[in-house]
Design a protein around this ligand. Structure first.
Ligand code: PLP
Length: 266
């Protein structure tokens, strides 16, 4: 008798590794696995990292980035992808060139800039390249408040500011925008979603008092990629991502001595 053959949608993360297993590509692959899609990865950066912080990082050369994309293109069928830590302007440009070349369905851009521990994951000089070259490819962009401030060049202190920033990100070329409000200290975490057709909504969740939130943004965008690859619409995918992250923060696990990782079995 033939073995049963299961086929899972194939998805891709283009980002940096986290040797500590909590963020970056490691968080993405754990999320993909939990959400029943087959995860692949183009490694752009390698970090020496644990829950206490980033100790070192190394950016991969262009040929290695291009070859990873080509290897996937030769053999797999990627339905949706996301970008995470891209490091600097030239790596943003190399990734953009490959995204344009292969055109693999929805692109979720998580414009990772600074880790919660303070490590710089995107050279500030690269922000303009992200605005001009990466945003126009984004099906959805998922900045947190500090990232939205950098990308729109304004201080964000009110709900109105968040809405204005989302419109600005659309003007820069992102089709849909999710601004994550978790960096506000309010009791209720509010995220704002502005869709391509101009409709919008707020997502609310109670704040969970914990420092075990390492990799939260990666996990949210990875879950959205997984849901889109399975054919769900963007609003459903975003709501699902939010629920997944909230549960993964709530049911914490004990790993390391610093900013602990999320629980992907929650
Ligand atoms: N390391 C890598 C490689 C990442 O991609 C990220 C976030 O995207 C982080 C670290 C930071 O994670 P956090 O700010 O959630 O601690």
């Amino acid at each position: 008798m033939d073995n049963e053959i299961n086929s899972f949608p194939q998805v891709l993360t283009i980002a940096g590794t986290d040797s500590g297993g909590g963020a970056g590509i490691m968080a993405d692959l754990k999320t993909f696995q939990a959400r029943h899609v087959f995860g692949t990865a183009v490694v752009v950066a390698v970090t020496a990292q644990n829950t206490l912080g980033v100790q070192n990082s190394f950016m991969l050369p262009k040929a290695m980035i291009d070859d990873q994309f080509a290897a996937l293109a030769d053999d797999l069928h990627i339905r949706a992808c996301k970008t995470g830590m891209l490091g600097d302007a030239q790596h943003v440009r190399w990734v953009v060139a490959n995204l344009k070349k292969y055109n693999w369905g929805p692109v979720i851009v998580d414009p990772v800039m600074v880790a919660k521990g303070g490590a710089v994951l995107l050279d500030p000089d690269a922000i303009q390249t992200v605005q001009q070259q990466l945003l126009p490819l984004a099906t959805l962009i998922t900045p947190n408040l500090p990232e939205a401030e950098q990308l729109t060049n304004q201080k964000i202190t009110t709900q109105k500011n968040i809405q204005q920033a989302a419109h600005q990100l659309q003007e820069l070329g992102a089709q849909n925008v999710l601004i994550k409000g978790g960096h506000h200290l309010a009791q209720q975490v509010q995220d704002y979603v502005l869709l391509a057709d101009g409709s919008d909504f707020w997502l609310e969740a109670p704040r969970v008092d914990t420092n075990r939130t390492h990799g939260t943004g990666d996990t949210l965008s990875a879950c959205i990629v997984a849901e889109l690859a399975q054919g769900h619409d963007l609003t459903t995918a975003i709501r699902c991502g939010k629920q997944y992250v909230t549960a993964a923060i709530k049911h914490t696990i004990q790993v390391g001595h610093g900013h602990g990782p999320l629980n992907h079995w929650a």
